[in-house]
Design a protein around this ligand. Structure first.
Ligand code: SF4
Length: 329
């Protein structure tokens, strides 16, 4: 049965006028320690010199064909230039910056993705990976499955996008199988922390509590991006989602190991600030987009504020940190 592997992974660095610290290895059994940010002086706003986190797209290829795919991924999409991407990311300081690698389907370019992850770890950055729940099924090729598992377990935390709980059996409640991924072919052998990604308005609100109660890890709620294949879609009605989140936050067991987080778009679409109140918000909010994060499309070779920003800049025209600096103005 899969258990969480203890990994070394503490980080502590100075970024502008604040310190960032955390420890990927401190699972306390099942829990990933939260990133902490603290200003050098009291009552100051965080002012960064470089991003604390980067969303990095490495492939446009994916065979799942989801109609809401905001990256418009296709089975014959291109993937990234490994050496050029290293040259660009090599402009970052070698500290615990989180690099969230996604696509497309990153499992469709496993060798290059693994090479990039190992290089990032070596230089002191913190790579993450996002995959789709459907890819936890065996491919039917043991060699390919092993390669996929090696890639997934090369990071400390994997994001698993899940569209709904339909057809997914909740696991038995014994101590080491209390996670929906353990019932899958590959999930049984995933040893890293799992963060379930759900899209507000797509994942059924009525299943949110069931998901929360049947995982060992975290839920990350992503906003509904009217971008890519979803560009012309109407924004779904979020009423049920708001109610489900409110219920989950208020009824959650105080000693629950599981956590729930939101990207910036989801906080806007679901009114999270109003829901949690100013006090909790000021403790938990990590910052506006562009004040501590940015997006890189390593397939097209472009920088942007976020994956849904229409303004894109060719990465050959400006250094990474100079581009990041422009986001603050
Ligand atoms: S949403 Fe994800 S799984 Fe679906 S087509 Fe796009 S990249 Fe593939």
């Amino acid at each position: 049965m899969a258990r969480m592997r203890y990994r070394s992974g503490s980080y502590f660095y100075l970024n502008g006028n604040y310190f960032v610290s955390g420890d990927d290895s401190r699972y306390s059994g099942r829990k990933l320690e939260r990133l902490n940010k603290r200003c050098l002086r009291v009552d100051e706003e965080f002012v960064s010199e470089f991003p604390d986190s980067i969303d990095l797209k490495i492939t446009e290829r994916c065979s799942w064909g989801c109609p809401f795919c905001h990256e418009s991924s296709t089975p014959d999409g291109k993937d990234f230039d490994l050496e050029k991407t290293k040259e660009i990311l090599g402009q970052l300081p070698p500290v615990g910056i989180e690099v969230a690698i996604g696509g497309g389907n990153v499992l469709e370019c496993p060798e290059k993705a693994l090479n990039l992850i190992e290089w990032l770890i070596e230089r002191g950055n913190r790579p993450r990976l996002t995959i789709n729940w459907k890819d936890l099924k065996s491919t039917g090729d043991p060699g390919k499955d092993e390669q996929r598992l090696k890639l997934i377990n090369s990071v400390s935390a994997v994001g698993i996008s899940i569209q709904s709980m339909d057809g997914i059996e909740p696991p038995s409640k014994d101590a080491y199988s209390h996670d929906i991924s353990t019932g899958t072919d590959l999930g049984e052998n995933i040893s890293c922390y799992r963060v379930y990604h759900v899209i507000a308005g797509i994942f059924p609100a009525s299943q949110l509590k069931t998901l929360y109660n049947n995982i060992e890890g975290a839920i990350l709620v992503l906003g509904y991006k009217q971008w890519g294949r979803a560009r012309n879609n109407n924004l779904p009605d979020m009423t049920e989602w708001k109610e489900a989140i409110s219920e989950l936050i208020t009824e959650r067991e105080p000693d629950s190991y599981n956590t729930i987080g939101f990207d910036n778009l989801a906080t806007e679409q679901l009114g999270i600030k109003e829901l949690v109140g100013d006090k909790l918000w000021s403790k938990c909010y990590l910052g506006d987009e562009g004040t501590c994060s940015m997006y890189i499309d390593a397939v097209k070779g472009q920088y942007a504020r976020t994956s849904r920003s229409p303004e894109r800049i060719d990465w050959n025209k400006i250094k990474l940190l100079d581009f990041y600096d422009t986001l603050k103005h």
